[in-house]
Structure formats: structure tokens, C-alpha cells
Design a protein around this ligand. Sequence first.
Ligand code: HEM
Length: 231
Amino acid sequence: MNQISFLKISSVLKKIIIAVTGLSLFLFLIIHLLGNITLFTGNPPGKDFNQYAHFLESFGILFTIAELGLLGFFLLHISTALYSNFINTSARVNRYAVSSFAGGKSKKTYASQSMVITGVVIMIFLIWHVLQFRLGIYYDTTYLDFNNGQPIRDLYKNVTEEFTNLWVVAGYTVAMTLLSLHLGHGFWSSFQSLGIYGKSFTRITYSISYLLGTIISIGFLFIPIYIYSIN
Ligand code: HEM
């Protein structure tokens, strides 16, 4: 195999890795958002959310394996994307004198051009987010009709306390705005990378991609803004 065909294969492989891990993380986000709806249900407030989190943790080692798998997907997605960007940038020996956005049918947009920047900011957000909640303050609570009256983690208290801080809400607002751009471009372009395209298929995925990205981001952003506004 000559060097050119090897480079082509490895570039296709990188795109496939970014697309498959990206679509899987997209699915995780939808499940995570649906799970977070329990923040608004339950009596007393927080009961459903805490029981849901406890239910997931009750899977023990299986839950830990799922978490490690998720971490692996995040790391693979980020590292492959950054490496791919590094290779592409260094291969472009003669930088363009002018960088402009192509018109007409081109799919070159601000979102597509800023994937690395939005991705890096989301990565920083994620480290903060996991420290805040997954590894955050451990409060206990007891529901007499659940877990035989044994205490479970009061994650609801942790979440609602965090979202009474305006700076935290502002940070989430910035992160969710960039997330909508990242998802908007990432979703439809993943199908292109996997070779799944066609005139009408691409038109549909392109149109719903930004819509889905916006709905998911607004869904997440609603949580801190609502909790802040009622406190
Ligand atoms: C404002 C909306 C959000 C809320 C209220 C929220 C809430 C939470 C909570 C409470 C946990 C800890 C779960 C547990 O310990 O069982 C968690 C974990 C996590 N969240 Fe979020 N989240 C939000 C948005 C996001 C977004 C936008 C992302 C990704 C871009 C994300 C990614 C994660 C990840 C990766 C974990 C760790 C999962 C695990 O290890 O089990 N979250 N989130």
C-alpha cells in the first residue's frame, strides 16, 4: 500500500470514529435530558429525580462500566477530532490569504468553521459539570416509602443549590449556546462521514440538525434558568 492510499484510509477511519462516537454522545444527551425532566416531577420536589439517580446507581458494576464506556467515547471523540484538525492544519502549508464563507449550496457555516473551538469549550464545561454534580457535594435524604427508609443521595439539593448562583447560570448559558452550534453541524455531518447521504436525505438531516441542536440546548438551559428564577 502506498503512502497516499494509507493516508486516505486513516483519514476516512478518523471521520468514522468522530461520527460514530459523536452520534452516540448525541443519543446520551437526549437520554440525559429526558432523565432530567424528573427534576420537575415528584412530591415532595426532588423525590423522582433522586430516585431516578439512585435507580441508575443500583446497577452497581454495570453502571460503572457504562460510565467508563461513556468517558471512553468522549475521550475518543475529542482526541480524534483534535488530532485530525492538527493534521489538516499542518498539511495546509500555504494558508489562505482570505478566509470567507462559501455561498450558494455550500454547507460551510460559522458552526462548521468553529467545531474545534465549540468542542473545546464544551469539554471544559463537561469537566466542570461532572465535578459539580457527579463528584459534587453528597447530601443524604430519606423517603420512607422507598429503599426501605434507607438514606439515598440528595442530588436534587446539589443541583438546585448550584443553580441559585448567577455565575453558574451564566456559564451554562454560554456552554449551551455553543452546544447548539456544535450539535447543529455535528449531527448532519456525521451522516456524510459515514457515507449516508443523498440529495433529499442530506437536505432533511441538514434542516433538522440545527433544529435538534437548538431544542436540546434550550431544553438543558431551561433547567438552570427556571431554578434560578424561582429561588
Ligand atoms: C442544565 C442541564 C443539566 C443538568 C441539570 C444535569 C445534571 C446532571 C447530574 C445531576 C449529573 C450526576 C448524575 C449522577 O451522579 O448520577 C450529571 C452527570 C453528567 N452530565 Fe449532566 N446535566 C445537565 C446538562 C448536561 C450537558 C449539556 C451535558 C453534555 C454536554 C451533560 C453531561 C453529563 C455527563 C457526561 C455526566 C456524567 C454521567 C455519569 O458519569 O453518570 N450534562 N448531569
